[in-house]
Design a binder for this molecule. Structure first.
Ligand code: 13P
Ligand code: SF4
Length: 365
């Protein structure tokens, strides 16, 4: 039975410990009706309540497999949208704080991508010559654009495979919103840097000439992650000078120069698996968000391994941090009372083509 939603005001002032107790109590009331998915960048006080954890690819698969009535996503908005798109119509995806967006995802929007497509059409026939590829860090309507234009979605763990598929469809790729993931993945496939151009959505024709567009293999959207752009190659050279035996691992949202200087590049899940699988005594410099690195450092310390953060300053993802134990407690108590709060529901007209693009991704990777 639906009652009036409990206001968040009563939760705002809760200490983390009390919020944690209320999360546990509400979980017990909900039982199997709710599943909590947690991305690796969540803070410790939230992450410990997650039933299932992972990177974007793993979490989207888990959301699609879940049987729970409520999928409570401790992550960011686009992740909850993917959970809604891939789950059954009777399942409900919930984001504990609606302000948990992704600043990189916001760097591309449908109006700008459609304008780019129109402008590209003055030089070539995009529907015949360009496969649109959207990083999963994007709004549902951009995934729908890809679905409707023969395109596909990628994540940080499958981007080269997805590009390979894309080039089998059409000779060029428009990759949005993360230029760094696109550039690194293209480079991994052997595409010369000179054949990858950057499309600036604030300039006419993306700031490119018709010749540049005709000669490019990949047109990279001018988007980036403000967290990962904090990492610099000098941090790696300093580490190598101090610890010549040390190993370096970075997320592909880092700049090309950082990825090139690293020993390994991979998604959050791959970073964790690689550090955990390394021999005792290994020291790692890790280029991704601080919550992940601190948790990983604690987990591998007993095995005699060191995982140290690449940044000189604290760099956490501010929007991932919007999900705190207070919002999680508020969400779960409301659900336990029968009040659905912060539901993420993608309209069917977007969900259907977005699902096509996501399913293409699952069939390829
Ligand atoms: P992963 O898919 O590697 O977890 O990356 C998601 C993300 O937003 C990294 O900034
Ligand atoms: Fe978005 Fe960057 Fe945060 Fe990942 S770390 S969710 S890309 S802002």
């Amino acid at each position: 039975m639906q009652t009036a939603a409990i206001s968040f005001d009563k939760f705002n002032a809760l200490a983390n410990q009390e919020a944690g107790e209320r999360i546990r109590a509400a979980r017990a009331r909900l039982g199997k009706r709710a599943v909590i998915l947690g991305h690796h960048y969540q803070c410790a006080e939230v992450f410990k309540h997650a039933d299932l954890t992972g990177d974007s690819l793993k979490l989207s698969r888990l959301a699609a497999q879940s049987d729970a009535e409520y999928i409570v996503f401790c992550g960011v908005h686009f992740m909850a949208e993917v959970a809604d798109i891939l789950s059954r119509p009777d399942q409900i995806a919930v984001l504990p704080d609606l302000a948990a967006g992704c600043s990189m995802a916001d760097m591309a929007n449908l109006a700008k991508v459609e304008r780019a497509w129109r402008e590209l059409a003055t030089v070539l026939d995009p529907d015949q010559q360009i496969t649109p590829v959207s990083y999963i860090n994007s709004a549902a309507d951009l995934k729908a654009f890809c679905g409707a234009h023969g395109g596909i979605i990628c994540t940080s763990s499958n981007a080269p495979q997805i590009l390979d598929w894309s080039f089998k469809q059409r000779p060029k790729v428009l990759f949005f919103p993360d230029q760094h993931l696109g550039r690194w993945s293209g480079y991994q496939m052997g595409i010369p840097l000179g054949q990858m151009v950057v499309w600036n959505p604030d300039l006419e024709m993306g700031g490119l000439t018709a010749k540049q567009i005709r000669e490019a293999k990949i047109i990279l959207w001018h988007g980036f992650c403000s967290v990962h752009q904090m990492f610099q190659p000098t941090q790696i050279s300093r580490f190598r000078a101090q610890y010549p035996e040390g190993r370096v691992i970075a997320h592909p949202e880092c700049s090309f120069e950082v990825c090139e200087a690293a020993d390994e590049v991979g998604s959050t899940e791959r970073i964790i698996a690689t550090v955990k699988a390394s021999p005792s005594g290994t020291r790692w410099l890790v280029g991704t968000e601080l919550n992940l690195v601190e948790r990983l450092a604690g987990e591998v310390k007993p095995e005699g391994k060191i995982a140290q953060f690449m940044g000189d300053v604290i760099c956490m993802c501010p929007t991932m941090q919007r999900i705190d134990p207070q919002h999680l407690a508020w969400t779960l108590e409301n659900l336990a009372e029968g009040n659905i709060v912060n539901r993420i529901a993608v309209p069917a007209r977007e969900a259907a083509p977005a699902k096509i693009a996501l399913e293409r991704m699952f069939s390829v990777s």
